[in-house]
Write a protein that binds this ligand. Structure first.
Ligand code: GDP
Ligand code: MG
Length: 164
C-alpha cells in the first residue's frame, strides 16, 4: 500500500483538508468539495466527525502556547461535524493552501476559499496541511485505520493530467 501521505512531489502526494464546524453550519461543504474536484484533485478519504477535545488538541498541538488555543479547541470540538478529507494529486499540499487562502481571511485573496467565504480568523471555515510532514501527521491522526483511504483511478485522469 501507498504511504499515508503518498509521495511528496509526485502525482500521489496527499493533503489533509478539513471543513471546520463553521463551514459545516454555514452549508459550505459542497462548495469546498467542488473547488477541489473541479481543480482536478482526487478525493481518497472523507468522513464527518465530531472531534473530542483531545483530538482537537492533538491536531493543533503546535499552537498550544498561543493565547487563542483554548478557544480554538472549543470551536473545533463544538459537537458540530468537521468534514475530514484527504485529497491527492500533483502539488496538492501547496496548491491546497493557496486555494484556501491566508489564515486571516481579511488578508486572503478574494478568489480563495477564505477570501470568498469568511471575515474572521477565529471562524475561517477550513484547514489544510501546511507541509508534507504535517500532512503525514494529520492524515495519520484523522484517518488512522487501515482501509479508510481508497486507491482508485478517476475516469477522466488522462484529461486532467499529462506527465509530458
Ligand atoms: P492555518 O494553517 O492557516 O489554519 O493557520 P495556523 O496554523 O496559524 O492556525 C490554526 C488555526 O488557528 C487558524 O486556522 C485559526 O482557526 C486559528 N487561529 C490562528 N490565529 C488565530 C488568532 O490570532 N486568533 C484566533 N481566534 N484564532 C486563530
Ligand atoms: Mg496551520
Amino acid at each position: 500500500a501507498k504511504p499515508i501521505a503518498g509521495v511528496k512531489g509526485t502525482n500521489s502526494e496527499r493533503t489533509f483538508i478539513a471543513i471546520k464546524p463553521d463551514g459545516t453550519q454555514r452549508g459550505l461543504v459542497g462548495k469546498v468539495i467542488t473547488r477541489f474536484e473541479e481543480r482536478g484533485y482526487k478525493l481518497v478519504g472523507l468522513k464527518a466527525i465530531a472531534p473530542s477535545k483531545e483530538m482537537a488538541e492533538k491536531h493543533y498541538d503546535d499552537l498550544k502556547a498561543r493565547p487563542f488555543f483554548g478557544g480554538l479547541v472549543k470551536y473545533i470540538s463544538s459537537g458540530t461535524p468537521v468534514i475530514a478529507m484527504v485529497w491527492e494529486g500533483k502539488d496538492v499540499i501547496k496548491q491546497g493552501r493557496a486555494m484556501i487562502g491566508a489564515t486571516n481571511p481579511l488578508d486572503a485573496s478574494p478568489g480563495s476559499i477564505r477570501g470568498q467565504y469568511c471575515i474572521s480568523v477565529g471562524r475561517n471555515i477550513i484547514h489544510g496541511s501546511d507541509c508534507f510532514e504535517a500532512a503525514e501527521k494529520e492524515i495519520g491522526l484523522w484517518f488512522g485505520k487501515a482501509g479508510e483511504l481508497i486507491e482508485w483511478t478517476p475516469a477522466n485522469v488522462e484529461w486532467v493530467q499529462s506527465d509530458n
